[in-house]
Write a protein that binds this ligand. Structure first.
Ligand code: DAH
Length: 339
């Protein structure tokens, strides 16, 4: 029996040596020490031994069991350490390798300009107003004194949703909302999208951006209009810029003017950008028509005001030398990355 135990031990030691996985260790344990294992079988046969032999063999069997168990534990620990070492080696990372740089997005050039323009007006005490892109004819035309036969009202020029609901053609509609909803004085600008039924080409887009301005208070004069716009344009284009007002017609202002600046490229000499004129048209403006004030419940005998509207694409195109308005809409990162 002693021999048998020695053999079992030797076999188990050999099997453990060859075990390279935790499952193999467990198999060895079951094979030798399990309920139906070889060592257990030997112990079962101990009843046949003499009274002297029994404790000796019992002692030996216990030693064999203990040494096999110890070996299993030791091997288990070694295997686990090996496994962890392998995992750590696999997961090792070189913190000195340069990272993958993520491209930072930037604001769309039109939005950048919109912010810049709004900031200038906020600096002069204006607030920002918003109005809906979808308007009724009343806000877009009628309340702004655009007569029913005005060409802007034609379906050729305007996107109608129903007979009298449309996509606004100008941010001037926001003037009416502001005057209806608040009590004067007002001093606001309102940037936003406008829509016109134009085919898309290098200089026309069915959707573009404007910014409207409105100031109404007691005693507002054309001098306030000129001073405000001059201050704005000098902030935007630099102190050296000269500003010129040309008489014009808009239905919702009287008198009305178009406002030009001296060309910021040639300074007024005449160049390609200003088409040899020396002047560049920037915006439309005027004194709010008394009919418009009255329509909004404001007494033109007490209050007066001025308004202006500026196209943001145009400013951006001239400033950056962009010759195709479609670039603003195409989301081409090669274009957008430049701002
Ligand atoms: N709404 C005009 C347009 O789309 C621009 C404009 C001109 C707005 C004169 C004004 C203004 O407020 O006073 O062409």
């Amino acid at each position: 029996m002693q021999e048998q135990l020695e053999r079992i031990k030797a076999a188990a030691v050999q099997a453990l040596k060859e075990s390279e996985a935790l499952q193999a260790l467990e198999d060895v344990r079951i094979k030798y020490l399990g309920k139906k294992g070889e060592l257990t079988a030997v112990l079962r046969g101990m009843g046949a031994l003499s009274a002297e032999e029994r404790p000796k063999i019992g002692q030996l069997a216990n030693n064999v069991r203990a040494s096999i168990e110890d070996l299993i534990e030791a091997k288990k620990k070694a295997l686990m350490e090996k496994e962890q070492a392998a995992r750590l080696a696999g997961e090792r990372l070189d913190v000195t390798v340069p990272g993958t740089r993520r491209a930072l997005a930037s604001r769309h050039p039109l939005k950048q300009l919109e912010r810049e323009v709004c900031d200038i007006f906020i600096g002069m005490g204006f607030s920002i107003a918003e109005g809906p892109d979808i308007e009724s004819e009343y806000y877009n035309f009628e309340a702004l004194n655009l007569p029913p036969d005005h060409p802007a009202r034609d379906t050729q020029d305007t996107f109608y949703i129903t007979e009298n609901v449309l996509l606004r053609t100008q941010t001037s509609s926001v003037q009416i909302h502001v005057m209806e909803n608040q009590k004067p004085p007002f001093k606001m600008v309102s940037p936003g999208r406008v829509y016109r039924s134009d085919a898309l080409d290098a200089t026309h887009s069915p959707v573009f951006h404007q910014m409207e301005g409105l100031v109404v208070d007691k005693g507002i004069t054309m001098g306030d209009l000129k001073g405000t716009l001059e201050a704005f344009l000098k902030k935007l284009y630099g102190e050296d810029v000269r500003v010129r007002f040309r008489p014009h017609h808009f239905p919702f202002t009287e008198p009305s003017a178009e406002v030009d600046i001296s060309c910021f490229v040639c300074g007024g000499e005449g160049c390609r950008i200003c088409k040899g004129e020396g002047w560049i048209e920037i915006l439309g403006a005027g004194m709010v028509h008394p009919k418009v004030l009255r329509g909004c419940g404001i007494d033109p005998e007490i209050y007066s005001g001025f308004a202006f509207g500026v196209g943001l694409e145009r400013i951006a195109m001239r400033r950056y030398g962009i010759d195709d308005i479609r670039l603003f809409l195409e989301n081409d990162v090669r274009f957008l990355k430049q701002f």
